[in-house]
Design a protein around this ligand. Sequence first.
Ligand code: SF4
Length: 362
Amino acid sequence: MKYVTEYRDAALVKAVIEEIRRTVTRPWTIMEICGGQTHAIVRHGIDQLLPEEIELVHGPGCPVCVTPLELIDKALEIASRPDVIFCSYGDMLRVPGSSRDLFSVKAQGGDVRVVYSPLDAIKFAKQNPDKQVVFFAIGFETTAPPNVMSAMQAKKLGLENYSILVSHVRVPPAVSAILGSPTNRVQGFLLAGHVCAVMGYHEYPPLVEQFNTPMVVTGFEPLDIVQGILETVRLLEAGKVEVFNAYQRAVTLEGNIPAQKMIDTVFMPVDRKWRGIGNIPMSGWDLRPEFDAFNAEKRFQVETITADESPLCIAGQILQGLKKPHDCSAFGKECKPEHPLGATMVSSEGACAAYYRYGRVK
Ligand code: SF4
């Protein structure tokens, strides 16, 4: 398959790893921000093939993992109502709230439906005028365009029974929070290629300068990832502080400007709480007041619901690159994919799930 097969060529990957080995002279800690990259790294054993000087740590770029517990509880409260059809991407159904998940709401008779696009939820709203249809709009910049498009579509169609429960987060404020933390140990970043395909990478040069940390826009296939690591190591070894685009087949500096304009029409920047990490200023998006009619939190009056995290779960430290999943005392014991304690064990992009699935016990 074009753009896939050639980026999984084992001989090419091996050659790039050899080049990394020739280039590196001292230890470096590099964070891949995106959960999709974490899974690819662990699945293909890339971290185990790298020279020992390079440590990869896993960032908070998994939207399911960082959706705050209280927002899951709000989703559960709304989905339990008899007049609601609650629509979500499949990976949110097993994410534990304080006491249950969306699957258990469905088992108890709630109308919870898995959709592949928010436009499916719009279709349900048109077909069921006597029901309230709610779409669980979570994600980073990548999923924002279809989600805002659904609000625009609902407004255009005059749908009064459609709303979205928004938990959108943005990568640059998270990078800033990680690098600005007194416990930070990240020296170089692999930036998420799909986020940059939408937003471009013009937001990162000021961060690179402020924190003196090089960043490389990186894709998701094995060759993309080792190339991203090589370019990061080259910058680190040369003492260069800049952004390098190693994913030119999908990413430009400016990104997708029509998509950015559409997002800006519907969403505004807000402070967001990240599960396990806490509040990061201006790290999220929420609906603008002009779209209040489509705001599920306001429609169902669940804004005041709050929740506390499990004391056993150290996902917050894992998502900041401070710990690895096997450092958690509950890993593989009280916490497994069948009965997860934290979202990083549930999500297909979560670091704990990746370590469990591919047998990374130590
Ligand atoms: S293994 Fe489970 S409890 Fe431990 S950090 Fe991961 S998700 Fe949380």
